[in-house]
Design a protein around this ligand. Structure first.
Ligand code: SF4
Length: 232
């Protein structure tokens, strides 16, 4: 009984909300998957178990932040820092810290032991996010701090602001926003279905039904509605 109630509570809280701006985690992601997310297209529902793992990740972040609030070598200037108001992206960095000389954006990521052990450099999608924080906060350096969820070991990577990478991420998102507004489904990823994002993609099923090239969302929506794959 409790399991069902807890699962339901997680699933109810997770109900998809209308998305009008990009989340920082969308940067560098498959444009087609992000498009489908904006349009609330039919997707594989996330399991309550996975949602609990996200919750657990948040708890781990708080655990790691706590000692930083009391050490004298580092000052936490602000925690849970939101990107300032603009039309394109919303996001919240874990903290901005200072060593007394320079400011750093801190982003904490947790992962399972196997991925952690094999981690030799910062992950590309995490770098993309951090680069955007550096850009919007106008801070030249940041730290990606990884936590092994199984053992609570830590690894950290210092990341310098990369202007050309940020310009490329912003350009891609701006172009994708035009397609979202015009209801044009972006083309399928060129290395579909081998791309790692395809393996975990909640839109894999409907992506396979659409053509590999760009196509009209209105036409595709009508097609999936007639095959009973819409959510209504
Ligand atoms: S299955 Fe792959 S190409 Fe298709 S939307 Fe998902 S990530 Fe993109």
């Amino acid at each position: 009984m409790l399991k069902e109630l807890i699962d339901k509570s997680y699933l109810d809280r997770h109900k998809e909300r209308e998305q009008s701006r990009f989340y920082i985690t969308d940067a560098g992601k498959c444009p087609r998957a992000v498009f489908f997310k904006f349009k609330n297209a039919p997707r594989t529902e996330m399991e309550a178990r996975v949602l609990r793992m996200f919750d657990h990740g948040d708890q781990v972040h708080q655990l790691i932040m706590r000692p930083l609030l009391s050490v004298k070598e580092v000052h936490v200037v602000a925690a849970e820092v939101k990107i300032g108001p603009q039309e394109l992206i919303s996001g919240r960095a874990d903290a901005i810290i200072s060593d007394g000389k320079d400011l750093y954006v801190l982003d904490i990521k947790s992962m399972n032991g196997m991925i952690f052990r094999n981690l030799e450099e910062a992950k590309e999608d995490n770098i993309n996010q951090l680069q955007l924080y550096l850009h919007f906060f106008k801070i030249p350096r940041g730290i990606l701090l990884y936590v092994n969820k199984d053992t609570l070991e830590l690894k950290e990577f210092l990341i310098n602001y990369n202007q050309s990478l940020v310009q490329s991420l912003l350009k891609d998102l701006t172009e994708l926003k035009v397609k979202i507004d015009k209801n044009i489904i972006p083309q399928r990823s060129s290395d579909y279905p081998k791309n790692w994002q395809c393996q975990y993609c909640a839109f894999k099923e409907i992506c396979a039904l659409a053509s590999s090239d760009e196509m009209s969302w209105d036409d595709f929506k009508a097609k999936i509605e007639t095959t009973g794959r819409d959510r209504s």
